[in-house]
Each structure stands twice: as structure tokens, then as C-alpha cells.
Design a protein around this ligand. Structure first.
Ligand code: ATP
Length: 323
């Protein structure tokens, strides 16, 4: 391998820049050329590709988003699209590809490698933490900290007015952000898709809070929760307890932005270097991850299909502490 291409793809996540920097600097360290593909897989198809030297990634370790930009690219899902991408890979003398993104991006990389034999290696970048093969994905810790900072502020006003807040957080079909931010912000109840909650359980939690003399109620709801969404939950609760002053906050895309936390910068730095070293060792169609503080490589087949599971111990703790 002489030249490595690097692309950020799918949804952006804080820490992608730190991962990109690590890939570029590791390439420079090992005397490899590095080329950045702009706008996700679209840049491969349109030949939007730039040479990246170690100084081109100065001052980005602390920045959210991705300087390469990212996109969802329908054309890369087609064989013709991937053929165009392959032609540009050849034109740019790229020998291997590092993809920083989520499982959709890894599926694309995997198909591309199977068809054209270009080695690909994934780095998990998504705030949702829903990728198998790593304890944490890049961006997850930053999103959690953004969420708890926001909930802390909401709690101030909730307490002052004796209000109940339903707060929707991101996470796609997974409850990692909701469960962890809910524990860290002292939520009265946490609703996540993995738990298969019943509305009665929510009402019980609210009643327990009232009996225990709680002045405010924070209910954290994962966006993928299956009871009908945060507005419906607020409506049903108001019907059951008309005396409550209930408000809804959807935190939305603020969760995707901001400076990456120290943990995300270190994770991204480790995985960026691991990706380059993995390719140099001849690994491909794998994702670099960190489990129990060790770098591990998980085959794309496995990373794409399997799910990270929620830790039941955290559900138990959340319940104990909300009483
Ligand atoms: P996030 O989890 O943050 O949304 P992601 O990587 O899962 O990130 P997707 O939109 O699912 O995001 O995928 C990103 C891009 O990967 C797609 O826009 C498409 O270009 C490519 N891709 C996804 N699935 C496939 C596939 N089956 N074949 C080829 N390319 C694919």
C-alpha cells in the first residue's frame, strides 16, 4: 500500500475530524500518501478528492462536524455508481480506503471491496453508539455530555415551576443515549426501545415521584421508543394527571454538534491510527473498534449485522435511583 484514501460518510458526529487527523498523521508517520474524499461517497463518484498532508489537518482535533463534509449518496448504492468510484480510485492511485461512518457506510464499503478488490477498513463514527464491535462509537460521549448539559438547564426551570418535562433524545432505534443521559441527569423515568415499556409503568414512576415528594419530573424518551413518541406520551400523561404542568423538549440536532469531549478525541485518535496500521498489516473488510481498552478488528459482516446490547445493570440502577 502506498496511498490511502479517507472518507467521512453518513451522519456526521463530533470527533470525525479528530479521526481524520489521526489517519492523515499516521499515514505521514508511515510515509504513506493520504487522499481525502469530500462529501462522502459522492466525492468518489465525482472525483472530489484532495491530497492531505500532516499540516492540512492542523487545528481540527477540537472541531465538531467533518472538514471533508459528508453526504448520503444514493448513486453509490448502484453498481454503475460504484464503478465510477472505482475508476476515480484508480485515477488517484488510491490502494486502500478508510471509511469513517456508520453501518450503512460500512455496507457500501464492503460491497465495493467485494466487487473491485480495493481493501476497505471502517472507523465507527456516530453519536448513536449502535455499532457492534466497539464499546463506544466516536461522537457518542460528546452527544451524552451535550444532552446532560441541556437537561441540567431544563431541570432548573422544571424545579422552579414544579413542571414535568418529557425530553426526547436521539439514538435512532437504540436507547444508549437515553439510558446513560437519563441516569446522569437523574431522570424520573427513561423510555427506550429495548425495554418495551408500558404506559402504566410510566404512570407508576410518576406516582412514585409524587409520593416521594419530588418537585420536578424529568422523563427522558429515546427517539426510537415504541409507545408513540414524546408528544403522545405527554398528551396521555396530561389526560391521566390533568393537574400536572407538562412540557415537551425535543433536543434534536444540537446533539450532533459541538466540540468533541476528551474521551471522543482520544477514541478517534486511537482508531484513526489503528485503521492505518490495520491496512498496513493486510486487514480489510473490518472495522476498528475499542473493547475493554484494547483495539480490536471486527469483520464488516459481523459489525453490520449484530447489535450492541443495552446493559441491563444500567436499567436496574436507573430504577433504584429514581425512587
Ligand atoms: P449513520 O448511522 O450516522 O446514519 P450510516 O453510515 O449508517 O451513518 P447511511 O446513510 O446508512 O449512514 O449510509 C451512508 C452511505 O453509505 C449511503 O448514503 C450510501 O452512499 C452508502 N451505502 C449505504 N448502504 C449501502 C449499500 N447497501 N450499498 C452501497 N452503498 C451503501
Amino acid at each position: 500500500i502506498k496511498t490511502i484514501g479517507v472518507v467521512t460518510s453518513g451522519g456526521d458526529a463530533p470527533g470525525m475530524n479528530a479521526a481524520l487527523r489521526a489517519v492523515v498523521r499516521a499515514c505521514s508517520y508511515y510515509k504513506l500518501r493520504c487522499k481525502g474524499i469530500r462529501l462522502g461517497y459522492e466525492g468518489l463518484i465525482t472525483n472530489n478528492i484532495v491530497e492531505l498532508g500532516p499540516r492540512s489537518v492542523s487545528n481540527i482535533i477540537n472541531r465538531g462536524g467533518t472538514i471533508l463534509k459528508t453526504a448520503r449518496c444514493a448513486e453509490f448504492r448502484t453498481e454503475e455508481g460504484r464503478k465510477k468510484a472505482y475508476e476515480n480510485i484508480k485515477k488517484n492511485e488510491i490502494d486502500a480506503l478508510i471509511v469513517i461512518g456508520g453501518d450503512g457506510s460500512f455496507t457500501g464499503a464492503h460491497n465495493f471491496e467485494k466487487e473491485f478488490g480495493i481493501p476497505t477498513l471502517g472507523v465507527p463514527g456516530t453519536i448513536d453508539n449502535d455499532i457492534f464491535g466497539t464499546d463506544n462509537t466516536i461522537g457518542y460521549d460528546t452527544a451524552l455530555n451535550t444532552v446532560i448539559n441541556a437537561i441540567d438547564k431544563i431541570r432548573d426551570t422544571a424545579t422552579s415551576h414544579n413542571r414535568m418535562f418529557f425530553i426526547e433524545v436521539m439514538g435512532r432505534d437504540a436507547g444508549f443515549i437515553a439510558l446513560n443521559s437519563g441516569i446522569a441527569s437523574g431522570a424520573q423515568d427513561i423510555l427506550i426501545p429495548e425495554k418495551k415499556d408500558e404506559i402504566e409503568e410510566l404512570f407508576e414512576a410518576i406516582q412514585r415521584g409524587e409520593k416521594a415528594g419530588k418537585l420536578s419530573n424529568i422523563i427522558v424518551v429515546a427517539e426510537g421508543e415504541e409507545l408513540g413518541g414524546v408528544y403522545d406520551l405527554a398528551k396521555f400523561t396530561k389526560m391521566k394527571y390533568p393537574k400536572y404542568d407538562i412540557r415537551v423538549t425535543v433536543l434534536g440536532h444540537i446533539q450532533r454538534g459541538g466540540e468533541p469531549t476528551c474521551a471522543d478525541r482520544v477514541l478517534a485518535s486511537r482508531l484513526g491510527v489503528a485503521a492505518v496500521e490495520g491496512l498496513m498489516e493486510g486487514r480489510s473488510s473490518v472495522m476498528a473498534g475499542i473493547r475493554s481498552n484494547n483495539v480490536v478488528f471486527t469483520p464488516f459482516d459481523e459489525a453490520i449485522v449484530k447489535q450492541n446490547v443495552i446493559n441491563n445493570e444500567l436499567i436496574r440502577i436507573a430504577d433504584i435511583l429514581a425512587r
